[in-house]
Design a protein around this ligand. Structure first.
Ligand SMILES: Cc1cc2nc3c(=O)[nH]c(=O)nc-3n(C[C@H](O)[C@H](O)[C@H](O)COP(=O)(O)OP(=O)(O)OC[C@H]3O[C@@H](n4cnc5c(N)ncnc54)[C@H](O)[C@@H]3O)c2cc1C
Length: 493
Protein backbone atom coordinates (compact mmCIF):
# COMPACT_ATOMS: atom_id res chain seq x y z
CA UNK A 1 0.00 0.00 0.00
CA UNK A 2 1.45 3.40 -0.89
CA UNK A 3 1.25 5.94 1.93
CA UNK A 4 -1.73 8.23 2.05
CA UNK A 5 -1.22 11.31 -0.14
CA UNK A 6 -2.64 14.79 0.37
CA UNK A 7 -2.31 17.96 -1.68
CA UNK A 8 -1.66 19.99 1.48
CA UNK A 9 -0.69 18.88 4.96
CA UNK A 10 -1.34 21.41 7.71
CA UNK A 11 0.68 20.94 10.91
CA UNK A 12 -1.10 22.42 13.93
CA UNK A 13 -4.76 23.09 14.80
CA UNK A 14 -4.24 26.46 16.48
CA UNK A 15 -5.37 29.82 15.22
CA UNK A 16 -3.13 29.59 12.11
CA UNK A 17 -4.02 26.03 11.11
CA UNK A 18 -7.73 26.81 11.35
CA UNK A 19 -7.18 29.89 9.19
CA UNK A 20 -5.45 27.92 6.43
CA UNK A 21 -7.99 25.09 6.50
CA UNK A 22 -10.80 27.66 6.15
CA UNK A 23 -9.05 29.44 3.28
CA UNK A 24 -8.41 26.16 1.43
CA UNK A 25 -12.06 25.17 1.75
CA UNK A 26 -13.26 28.46 0.35
CA UNK A 27 -10.63 29.21 -2.28
CA UNK A 28 -9.75 25.66 -3.38
CA UNK A 29 -12.69 23.35 -2.76
CA UNK A 30 -11.12 20.35 -4.56
CA UNK A 31 -7.85 20.42 -2.62
CA UNK A 32 -7.21 17.38 -0.43
CA UNK A 33 -5.79 18.27 2.95
CA UNK A 34 -5.55 17.19 6.57
CA UNK A 35 -4.73 19.00 9.79
CA UNK A 36 -2.40 17.06 12.09
CA UNK A 37 -2.35 18.14 15.71
CA UNK A 38 0.08 16.85 18.33
CA UNK A 39 -2.27 17.59 21.21
CA UNK A 40 -5.85 16.44 21.76
CA UNK A 41 -7.62 19.75 21.14
CA UNK A 42 -7.94 22.68 18.74
CA UNK A 43 -6.86 26.16 19.79
CA UNK A 44 -3.11 25.72 20.44
CA UNK A 45 -1.97 28.55 22.73
CA UNK A 46 -5.52 29.35 23.78
CA UNK A 47 -6.11 25.80 24.93
CA UNK A 48 -2.72 25.38 26.59
CA UNK A 49 -2.54 28.48 28.80
CA UNK A 50 -4.93 28.28 31.76
CA UNK A 51 -3.44 30.66 34.32
CA UNK A 52 -5.76 33.08 36.14
CA UNK A 53 -6.27 36.22 34.05
CA UNK A 54 -5.11 34.71 30.73
CA UNK A 55 -6.61 36.92 28.02
CA UNK A 56 -6.03 38.53 24.66
CA UNK A 57 -3.59 41.39 24.53
CA UNK A 58 -4.73 42.40 21.11
CA UNK A 59 -8.22 43.65 20.40
CA UNK A 60 -10.53 40.88 19.22
CA UNK A 61 -11.58 42.83 16.11
CA UNK A 62 -8.11 42.14 14.69
CA UNK A 63 -7.41 38.90 16.60
CA UNK A 64 -10.63 37.54 15.06
CA UNK A 65 -10.54 36.25 11.48
CA UNK A 66 -11.45 38.50 8.57
CA UNK A 67 -13.76 35.72 7.35
CA UNK A 68 -15.56 35.53 10.73
CA UNK A 69 -15.66 39.02 12.20
CA UNK A 70 -15.64 39.32 15.97
CA UNK A 71 -19.08 40.65 16.94
CA UNK A 72 -17.94 42.70 19.94
CA UNK A 73 -18.50 44.85 21.86
CA UNK A 74 -15.83 43.36 24.18
CA UNK A 75 -12.46 44.19 22.63
CA UNK A 76 -10.24 42.38 25.15
CA UNK A 77 -11.55 39.02 26.35
CA UNK A 78 -10.37 36.15 28.52
CA UNK A 79 -8.55 33.12 27.15
CA UNK A 80 -11.59 30.86 27.45
CA UNK A 81 -13.59 33.21 25.20
CA UNK A 82 -10.81 33.23 22.57
CA UNK A 83 -10.77 29.43 22.75
CA UNK A 84 -14.57 29.25 22.30
CA UNK A 85 -14.28 31.49 19.26
CA UNK A 86 -11.58 29.27 17.73
CA UNK A 87 -13.50 26.06 18.48
CA UNK A 88 -16.66 27.48 16.95
CA UNK A 89 -14.76 28.64 13.88
CA UNK A 90 -13.24 25.18 13.47
CA UNK A 91 -16.71 23.61 13.76
CA UNK A 92 -18.24 26.06 11.32
CA UNK A 93 -15.45 25.44 8.83
CA UNK A 94 -15.67 21.66 9.39
CA UNK A 95 -12.04 21.46 10.42
CA UNK A 96 -11.61 18.05 12.02
CA UNK A 97 -7.96 17.66 12.97
CA UNK A 98 -6.35 14.31 13.53
CA UNK A 99 -5.46 14.63 17.19
CA UNK A 100 -2.37 13.16 18.85
CA UNK A 101 -0.54 13.18 15.51
CA UNK A 102 2.88 14.76 15.93
CA UNK A 103 4.88 15.51 12.81
CA UNK A 104 8.54 14.87 13.51
CA UNK A 105 10.26 15.01 10.11
CA UNK A 106 9.65 15.82 6.46
CA UNK A 107 11.79 14.89 3.48
CA UNK A 108 11.41 16.62 0.15
CA UNK A 109 12.17 14.84 -3.08
CA UNK A 110 12.58 16.96 -6.21
CA UNK A 111 12.09 13.84 -8.34
CA UNK A 112 8.53 13.32 -7.14
CA UNK A 113 7.96 16.93 -6.05
CA UNK A 114 6.56 15.65 -2.76
CA UNK A 115 7.18 15.72 0.94
CA UNK A 116 7.35 12.40 2.77
CA UNK A 117 6.23 13.20 6.28
CA UNK A 118 6.95 11.19 9.42
CA UNK A 119 4.16 11.23 11.99
CA UNK A 120 4.04 9.84 15.53
CA UNK A 121 0.66 8.54 16.63
CA UNK A 122 -0.20 6.05 19.37
CA UNK A 123 3.50 5.51 20.08
CA UNK A 124 4.00 4.42 16.47
CA UNK A 125 5.54 6.08 13.45
CA UNK A 126 3.93 6.20 10.05
CA UNK A 127 4.49 8.23 6.92
CA UNK A 128 2.30 10.06 4.49
CA UNK A 129 3.09 12.23 1.50
CA UNK A 130 1.93 15.67 0.49
CA UNK A 131 2.51 18.19 -2.26
CA UNK A 132 2.65 21.20 0.04
CA UNK A 133 3.58 21.31 3.72
CA UNK A 134 2.10 24.13 5.80
CA UNK A 135 3.67 24.57 9.22
CA UNK A 136 1.13 26.27 11.47
CA UNK A 137 2.93 25.00 14.54
CA UNK A 138 3.34 28.20 16.55
CA UNK A 139 6.68 29.46 17.78
CA UNK A 140 7.47 27.94 21.16
CA UNK A 141 7.86 24.64 22.99
CA UNK A 142 4.67 23.31 24.44
CA UNK A 143 6.26 20.86 26.84
CA UNK A 144 8.44 23.33 28.70
CA UNK A 145 8.31 27.05 29.49
CA UNK A 146 11.52 29.03 29.98
CA UNK A 147 12.84 28.62 33.52
CA UNK A 148 16.13 30.41 34.12
CA UNK A 149 18.29 29.10 36.95
CA UNK A 150 17.27 31.04 40.07
CA UNK A 151 19.49 30.28 43.09
CA UNK A 152 17.63 28.49 45.87
CA UNK A 153 14.43 27.87 43.87
CA UNK A 154 14.37 24.22 44.95
CA UNK A 155 14.49 25.28 48.61
CA UNK A 156 11.20 27.21 48.44
CA UNK A 157 8.73 25.65 50.89
CA UNK A 158 5.53 26.33 48.89
CA UNK A 159 4.45 25.56 45.33
CA UNK A 160 6.53 26.94 42.43
CA UNK A 161 4.42 27.32 39.30
CA UNK A 162 5.16 28.25 35.69
CA UNK A 163 2.16 29.92 33.97
CA UNK A 164 2.49 27.55 31.01
CA UNK A 165 1.68 24.61 33.30
CA UNK A 166 -0.83 26.07 35.76
CA UNK A 167 -2.23 23.32 38.04
CA UNK A 168 -6.03 23.41 38.03
CA UNK A 169 -6.09 22.74 41.78
CA UNK A 170 -3.58 25.42 42.84
CA UNK A 171 -5.10 27.39 45.70
CA UNK A 172 -3.84 30.96 45.93
CA UNK A 173 -6.80 32.57 47.75
CA UNK A 174 -5.70 34.10 51.04
CA UNK A 175 -2.03 33.42 50.33
CA UNK A 176 0.93 35.68 49.58
CA UNK A 177 1.98 35.26 45.96
CA UNK A 178 5.23 36.43 44.36
CA UNK A 179 5.21 36.62 40.55
CA UNK A 180 8.68 36.75 39.03
CA UNK A 181 8.63 38.54 35.66
CA UNK A 182 7.34 41.69 33.97
CA UNK A 183 6.14 40.55 30.54
CA UNK A 184 2.60 40.28 29.19
CA UNK A 185 1.93 37.13 31.21
CA UNK A 186 2.95 38.69 34.53
CA UNK A 187 0.93 41.82 33.74
CA UNK A 188 -2.17 39.67 33.08
CA UNK A 189 -1.65 37.34 36.03
CA UNK A 190 -0.92 39.80 38.80
CA UNK A 191 -4.27 41.68 38.98
CA UNK A 192 -6.22 38.43 38.51
CA UNK A 193 -4.39 36.75 41.40
CA UNK A 194 -4.82 39.84 43.53
CA UNK A 195 -8.60 39.49 43.45
CA UNK A 196 -8.42 36.70 46.05
CA UNK A 197 -4.78 36.42 47.20
CA UNK A 198 -3.74 37.91 50.55
CA UNK A 199 -1.18 39.95 48.62
CA UNK A 200 0.68 39.81 45.29
CA UNK A 201 4.18 41.14 44.65
CA UNK A 202 5.52 41.41 41.13
CA UNK A 203 9.28 41.00 41.32
CA UNK A 204 10.89 42.23 38.11
CA UNK A 205 14.50 42.54 37.07
CA UNK A 206 13.56 45.49 34.85
CA UNK A 207 10.28 47.18 33.91
CA UNK A 208 8.21 46.83 30.73
CA UNK A 209 6.11 49.42 28.95
CA UNK A 210 2.51 49.04 30.14
CA UNK A 211 -0.49 50.94 28.86
CA UNK A 212 -4.16 50.85 29.84
CA UNK A 213 -6.73 50.08 27.13
CA UNK A 214 -10.51 49.77 27.46
CA UNK A 215 -11.89 46.24 27.62
CA UNK A 216 -15.10 47.27 25.95
CA UNK A 217 -15.39 49.11 22.64
CA UNK A 218 -18.01 51.75 23.26
CA UNK A 219 -18.36 52.73 19.60
CA UNK A 220 -19.12 49.13 18.66
CA UNK A 221 -21.43 48.79 21.65
CA UNK A 222 -23.51 51.71 20.41
CA UNK A 223 -23.34 51.19 16.64
CA UNK A 224 -23.46 47.39 16.93
CA UNK A 225 -27.01 47.37 18.25
CA UNK A 226 -28.30 48.37 14.84
CA UNK A 227 -25.48 47.38 12.46
CA UNK A 228 -23.44 44.62 14.13
CA UNK A 229 -21.45 43.48 11.08
CA UNK A 230 -20.68 46.99 9.87
CA UNK A 231 -19.63 47.96 13.41
CA UNK A 232 -17.24 45.01 13.66
CA UNK A 233 -15.68 45.73 10.27
CA UNK A 234 -15.32 49.40 11.08
CA UNK A 235 -13.66 48.59 14.41
CA UNK A 236 -11.24 46.23 12.67
CA UNK A 237 -10.24 48.85 10.10
CA UNK A 238 -9.93 51.56 12.75
CA UNK A 239 -7.76 49.34 14.97
CA UNK A 240 -5.49 48.31 12.09
CA UNK A 241 -4.96 51.96 11.17
CA UNK A 242 -4.42 52.94 14.79
CA UNK A 243 -1.90 50.14 15.32
CA UNK A 244 0.05 50.95 12.14
CA UNK A 245 0.02 54.66 12.95
CA UNK A 246 1.00 54.35 16.60
CA UNK A 247 3.78 51.86 15.82
CA UNK A 248 5.23 54.19 13.16
CA UNK A 249 4.98 57.15 15.50
CA UNK A 250 6.72 55.24 18.29
CA UNK A 251 9.54 54.30 15.91
CA UNK A 252 9.98 57.79 14.47
CA UNK A 253 9.39 59.75 17.67
CA UNK A 254 10.52 57.52 20.54
CA UNK A 255 11.05 60.46 22.93
CA UNK A 256 7.51 61.90 22.74
CA UNK A 257 6.06 58.35 22.78
CA UNK A 258 7.97 57.59 25.98
CA UNK A 259 6.73 60.78 27.57
CA UNK A 260 3.14 60.09 26.54
CA UNK A 261 3.21 56.54 27.93
CA UNK A 262 4.85 57.71 31.16
CA UNK A 263 2.27 60.48 31.61
CA UNK A 264 -0.52 57.92 31.30
CA UNK A 265 1.14 55.52 33.76
CA UNK A 266 1.88 58.28 36.27
CA UNK A 267 -1.76 59.47 36.18
CA UNK A 268 -2.93 55.92 36.91
CA UNK A 269 -0.76 55.39 40.00
CA UNK A 270 -0.91 56.82 43.52
CA UNK A 271 0.90 60.11 44.14
CA UNK A 272 4.54 59.52 45.01
CA UNK A 273 4.72 56.10 43.35
CA UNK A 274 8.24 55.50 42.01
CA UNK A 275 7.32 55.39 38.30
CA UNK A 276 10.93 55.95 37.23
CA UNK A 277 12.05 52.78 38.98
CA UNK A 278 9.11 50.44 38.39
CA UNK A 279 7.48 51.52 35.11
CA UNK A 280 10.20 53.21 33.03
CA UNK A 281 11.98 50.67 30.82
CA UNK A 282 15.46 51.25 29.43
CA UNK A 283 14.34 50.18 25.94
CA UNK A 284 12.27 52.26 23.52
CA UNK A 285 8.52 51.61 23.21
CA UNK A 286 7.91 48.72 20.78
CA UNK A 287 11.46 47.36 21.00
CA UNK A 288 9.43 44.75 22.87
CA UNK A 289 5.70 44.10 22.61
CA UNK A 290 3.74 46.70 24.56
CA UNK A 291 1.95 45.20 27.60
CA UNK A 292 -1.71 46.01 28.00
CA UNK A 293 -3.59 46.54 31.26
CA UNK A 294 -7.32 46.29 30.37
CA UNK A 295 -9.21 49.14 32.01
CA UNK A 296 -5.96 49.78 33.92
CA UNK A 297 -6.53 46.69 36.13
CA UNK A 298 -2.88 46.46 37.23
CA UNK A 299 -2.76 50.12 38.24
CA UNK A 300 -6.07 49.80 40.08
CA UNK A 301 -4.74 46.85 42.09
CA UNK A 302 -1.63 48.85 43.01
CA UNK A 303 -3.81 51.76 44.09
CA UNK A 304 -5.92 49.37 46.19
CA UNK A 305 -2.78 48.12 47.92
CA UNK A 306 -3.29 44.47 46.91
CA UNK A 307 -0.29 44.54 44.55
CA UNK A 308 3.28 45.74 45.04
CA UNK A 309 6.01 46.03 42.47
CA UNK A 310 9.63 45.35 43.41
CA UNK A 311 12.39 46.00 40.89
CA UNK A 312 15.83 44.45 41.18
CA UNK A 313 17.92 41.33 40.73
CA UNK A 314 17.00 38.25 42.74
CA UNK A 315 19.91 37.12 44.92
CA UNK A 316 18.30 34.02 46.35
CA UNK A 317 15.02 32.22 46.82
CA UNK A 318 14.66 31.12 50.43
CA UNK A 319 12.13 28.67 51.91
CA UNK A 320 9.93 31.64 52.84
CA UNK A 321 10.27 34.00 49.88
CA UNK A 322 12.59 35.93 47.61
CA UNK A 323 15.66 37.95 48.65
CA UNK A 324 16.86 40.67 46.29
CA UNK A 325 20.45 41.76 45.80
CA UNK A 326 19.58 44.90 47.81
CA UNK A 327 18.89 42.61 50.81
CA UNK A 328 15.14 43.22 50.66
CA UNK A 329 13.15 40.07 51.45
CA UNK A 330 9.70 39.51 49.92
CA UNK A 331 7.72 36.84 51.79
CA UNK A 332 5.73 34.32 49.74
CA UNK A 333 3.52 31.26 50.12
CA UNK A 334 3.31 30.66 46.35
CA UNK A 335 5.96 31.47 43.75
CA UNK A 336 5.07 32.01 40.08
CA UNK A 337 7.88 32.06 37.54
CA UNK A 338 6.44 34.14 34.68
CA UNK A 339 9.80 33.94 32.95
CA UNK A 340 8.68 33.32 29.40
CA UNK A 341 8.71 30.87 26.56
CA UNK A 342 11.27 28.66 24.87
CA UNK A 343 11.16 29.49 21.17
CA UNK A 344 10.98 26.57 18.77
CA UNK A 345 11.24 26.88 14.99
CA UNK A 346 9.07 24.78 12.63
CA UNK A 347 7.28 22.93 15.45
CA UNK A 348 10.41 20.84 15.93
CA UNK A 349 9.98 19.24 12.47
CA UNK A 350 13.34 18.15 10.99
CA UNK A 351 13.37 19.14 7.30
CA UNK A 352 15.45 17.52 4.57
CA UNK A 353 15.58 18.63 0.94
CA UNK A 354 16.90 16.00 -1.48
CA UNK A 355 18.81 14.33 1.32
CA UNK A 356 20.31 17.55 2.69
CA UNK A 357 19.25 18.65 6.19
CA UNK A 358 17.79 22.19 6.29
CA UNK A 359 19.63 24.36 8.80
CA UNK A 360 17.41 27.26 9.70
CA UNK A 361 20.11 29.90 10.35
CA UNK A 362 21.39 29.28 6.81
CA UNK A 363 18.01 30.12 5.27
CA UNK A 364 16.40 33.46 4.42
CA UNK A 365 12.75 33.96 5.14
CA UNK A 366 10.79 34.79 1.98
CA UNK A 367 7.82 37.17 2.39
CA UNK A 368 7.91 36.14 6.03
CA UNK A 369 6.39 32.74 5.18
CA UNK A 370 8.72 30.52 3.10
CA UNK A 371 12.36 29.57 3.36
CA UNK A 372 15.04 30.03 0.72
CA UNK A 373 16.02 26.73 -0.86
CA UNK A 374 13.04 24.87 0.64
CA UNK A 375 10.28 23.96 -1.85
CA UNK A 376 6.53 23.88 -1.22
CA UNK A 377 6.68 24.84 2.42
CA UNK A 378 4.98 27.66 4.28
CA UNK A 379 5.25 28.74 7.88
CA UNK A 380 2.82 30.99 9.64
CA UNK A 381 4.38 33.47 12.02
CA UNK A 382 2.30 36.40 13.20
CA UNK A 383 3.20 40.02 13.80
CA UNK A 384 5.25 41.14 16.75
CA UNK A 385 3.45 44.51 16.79
CA UNK A 386 -0.11 43.55 15.88
CA UNK A 387 -2.57 40.67 16.05
CA UNK A 388 -1.23 37.31 14.95
CA UNK A 389 -4.39 36.63 12.93
CA UNK A 390 -3.88 39.57 10.59
CA UNK A 391 -0.74 37.92 9.31
CA UNK A 392 -2.06 34.33 9.53
CA UNK A 393 -4.96 35.19 7.20
CA UNK A 394 -2.54 36.80 4.70
CA UNK A 395 -0.25 33.75 4.71
CA UNK A 396 -3.27 31.47 4.19
CA UNK A 397 -4.49 33.57 1.25
CA UNK A 398 -0.98 33.60 -0.26
CA UNK A 399 -0.66 29.80 -0.01
CA UNK A 400 -3.95 29.48 -1.92
CA UNK A 401 -2.68 31.89 -4.60
CA UNK A 402 0.55 29.93 -4.93
CA UNK A 403 -1.30 26.63 -5.32
CA UNK A 404 -3.57 28.26 -7.90
CA UNK A 405 -0.51 29.37 -9.84
CA UNK A 406 1.04 25.90 -9.75
CA UNK A 407 -2.21 24.39 -11.08
CA UNK A 408 -2.51 27.00 -13.82
CA UNK A 409 1.04 26.54 -15.06
CA UNK A 410 1.22 22.74 -14.65
CA UNK A 411 4.16 23.11 -12.27
CA UNK A 412 4.54 21.04 -9.11
CA UNK A 413 6.97 22.98 -7.00
CA UNK A 414 7.93 26.51 -6.02
CA UNK A 415 11.21 27.32 -4.27
CA UNK A 416 12.44 30.71 -3.10
CA UNK A 417 15.95 31.15 -4.53
CA UNK A 418 18.68 31.84 -1.99
CA UNK A 419 19.55 35.55 -2.34
CA UNK A 420 23.15 36.53 -2.88
CA UNK A 421 23.47 39.06 -0.08
CA UNK A 422 26.63 40.15 1.70
CA UNK A 423 26.71 39.18 5.40
CA UNK A 424 26.27 42.86 6.37
CA UNK A 425 22.79 42.85 4.86
CA UNK A 426 21.58 39.88 6.90
CA UNK A 427 19.29 40.81 9.74
CA UNK A 428 17.64 38.72 12.43
CA UNK A 429 14.20 37.43 11.51
CA UNK A 430 12.65 38.97 14.62
CA UNK A 431 13.71 42.48 15.55
CA UNK A 432 12.55 42.49 19.15
CA UNK A 433 14.62 43.08 22.27
CA UNK A 434 12.64 40.58 24.38
CA UNK A 435 14.77 38.03 26.24
CA UNK A 436 13.01 35.01 24.73
CA UNK A 437 13.63 36.35 21.21
CA UNK A 438 17.30 37.25 21.76
CA UNK A 439 17.99 33.83 23.32
CA UNK A 440 16.70 32.09 20.21
CA UNK A 441 17.95 34.25 17.33
CA UNK A 442 21.03 32.13 16.52
CA UNK A 443 18.74 29.20 15.68
CA UNK A 444 16.31 31.13 13.44
CA UNK A 445 16.32 32.06 9.74
CA UNK A 446 17.52 35.52 8.76
CA UNK A 447 15.95 38.27 6.67
CA UNK A 448 17.37 40.54 4.00
CA UNK A 449 17.09 44.28 3.33
CA UNK A 450 14.00 44.50 1.08
CA UNK A 451 10.93 42.74 -0.36
CA UNK A 452 10.64 39.75 -0.64
CA UNK A 453 13.38 39.05 1.90
CA UNK A 454 12.29 41.53 4.53
CA UNK A 455 9.57 40.96 7.14
CA UNK A 456 8.24 44.52 7.35
CA UNK A 457 5.90 43.98 10.34
CA UNK A 458 3.37 46.13 8.53
CA UNK A 459 -0.07 44.73 7.83
CA UNK A 460 -0.97 47.36 5.23
CA UNK A 461 2.23 46.78 3.23
CA UNK A 462 1.90 43.00 3.58
CA UNK A 463 -1.69 43.12 2.40
CA UNK A 464 -0.59 44.64 -0.91
CA UNK A 465 2.26 42.14 -1.36
CA UNK A 466 0.42 39.03 -0.23
CA UNK A 467 -3.03 39.60 -1.75
CA UNK A 468 -2.18 41.47 -4.95
CA UNK A 469 1.59 41.26 -5.56
CA UNK A 470 3.17 38.70 -7.90
CA UNK A 471 3.71 35.12 -6.69
CA UNK A 472 6.59 34.63 -9.12
CA UNK A 473 9.29 36.98 -7.79
CA UNK A 474 12.61 35.42 -6.76
CA UNK A 475 11.31 31.86 -6.86
CA UNK A 476 11.89 28.96 -9.24
CA UNK A 477 9.15 26.63 -10.37
CA UNK A 478 9.71 22.96 -11.07
CA UNK A 479 8.05 19.76 -12.22
CA UNK A 480 8.34 16.23 -10.90
CA UNK A 481 10.76 14.21 -13.02
CA UNK A 482 9.53 10.71 -12.16
CA UNK A 483 6.02 9.32 -12.52
CA UNK A 484 4.00 9.54 -9.35
CA UNK A 485 2.73 6.31 -7.82
CA UNK A 486 -1.01 5.72 -7.45
CA UNK A 487 -2.28 7.30 -4.32
CA UNK A 488 -5.00 7.23 -1.77
CA UNK A 489 -6.35 10.63 -0.87
CA UNK A 490 -8.55 12.18 1.75
CA UNK A 491 -10.77 15.12 1.02
CA UNK A 492 -11.09 17.81 3.66
CA UNK A 493 -9.69 17.96 7.14
C1 LIG B 1 -0.05 33.56 26.74
C2 LIG B 1 -0.08 34.07 25.34
C3 LIG B 1 -0.92 35.12 24.99
C4 LIG B 1 -0.94 35.59 23.69
N1 LIG B 1 -1.75 36.65 23.37
C5 LIG B 1 -1.77 37.10 22.11
C6 LIG B 1 -2.63 38.19 21.74
O1 LIG B 1 -3.35 38.76 22.55
N2 LIG B 1 -2.61 38.60 20.46
C7 LIG B 1 -1.83 38.01 19.51
O2 LIG B 1 -1.87 38.42 18.37
N3 LIG B 1 -1.03 36.99 19.84
C8 LIG B 1 -0.98 36.52 21.08
N4 LIG B 1 -0.16 35.47 21.40
C9 LIG B 1 0.60 34.81 20.34
C10 LIG B 1 -0.23 33.53 20.01
O3 LIG B 1 0.56 32.45 20.11
C11 LIG B 1 -1.01 33.69 18.74
O4 LIG B 1 -2.08 34.57 18.99
C12 LIG B 1 -1.67 32.42 18.18
O5 LIG B 1 -2.33 31.69 19.18
C13 LIG B 1 -0.67 31.55 17.47
O6 LIG B 1 -1.43 30.60 16.77
P1 LIG B 1 -0.72 29.43 15.99
O7 LIG B 1 -1.82 28.54 15.50
O8 LIG B 1 0.19 29.97 14.96
O9 LIG B 1 0.19 28.71 17.06
P2 LIG B 1 -0.24 27.94 18.42
O10 LIG B 1 -1.38 28.60 19.08
O11 LIG B 1 1.01 27.78 19.15
O12 LIG B 1 -0.73 26.55 17.85
C14 LIG B 1 0.16 25.66 17.24
C15 LIG B 1 -0.45 24.27 17.25
O13 LIG B 1 0.44 23.40 16.53
C16 LIG B 1 0.62 22.21 17.25
N5 LIG B 1 1.92 21.65 16.89
C17 LIG B 1 3.13 22.20 17.11
N6 LIG B 1 4.11 21.42 16.61
C18 LIG B 1 3.49 20.35 16.07
C19 LIG B 1 3.97 19.18 15.41
N7 LIG B 1 5.27 19.00 15.20
N8 LIG B 1 3.07 18.27 14.98
C20 LIG B 1 1.74 18.45 15.17
N9 LIG B 1 1.23 19.55 15.79
C21 LIG B 1 2.09 20.48 16.24
C22 LIG B 1 0.52 22.63 18.71
O14 LIG B 1 0.20 21.53 19.52
C23 LIG B 1 -0.56 23.69 18.66
O15 LIG B 1 -1.84 23.16 18.84
C24 LIG B 1 -0.11 34.99 22.70
C25 LIG B 1 0.74 33.95 23.06
C26 LIG B 1 0.77 33.50 24.36
C27 LIG B 1 1.72 32.39 24.71
Amino acid sequence: MPPEHLDVLIVGAGLSGISLAAHLRTARPGTTFAVLEARGAVGGTWDLFRYPGVRSDSDMFTLGYAFRPWPGPEAIVDGATVLDYLQETAREQEVQPRFHHRVTAAQWSSDTARWTVTVEHDAQEHTLTCGFLALCAGYYRYDQGHSPAIPGLDDFAGPVVHPQHWPADLEHAGRRVVVIGSGATAISLVPALAETAAHVTMVQRSPSWVTALPRRDHVVARLGRRLPRAAARLARLRNVLFQVGSFRLARQLPGPTRRLLLRRVTRSLPAGFDVARHFTPSYAPWDQRLCVAPDGDLFRAIRAGTVDVVTGAIAQVTPSGVTLSTGEHVPADVLVTATGLNLLGLGGVALTVDGRRVRLPETYVYKGMMLSGVPNLSLTVGYTNASWTLRADLVSAYVCRLLQHLDRTGCHSVTPVTPDLPPGQRRPMLELESGYVKRSLPGLPVQGPGVPWRVPQSYLRDRRVMLRGPVTDEVVFGRAVTGRSPEASTVGA
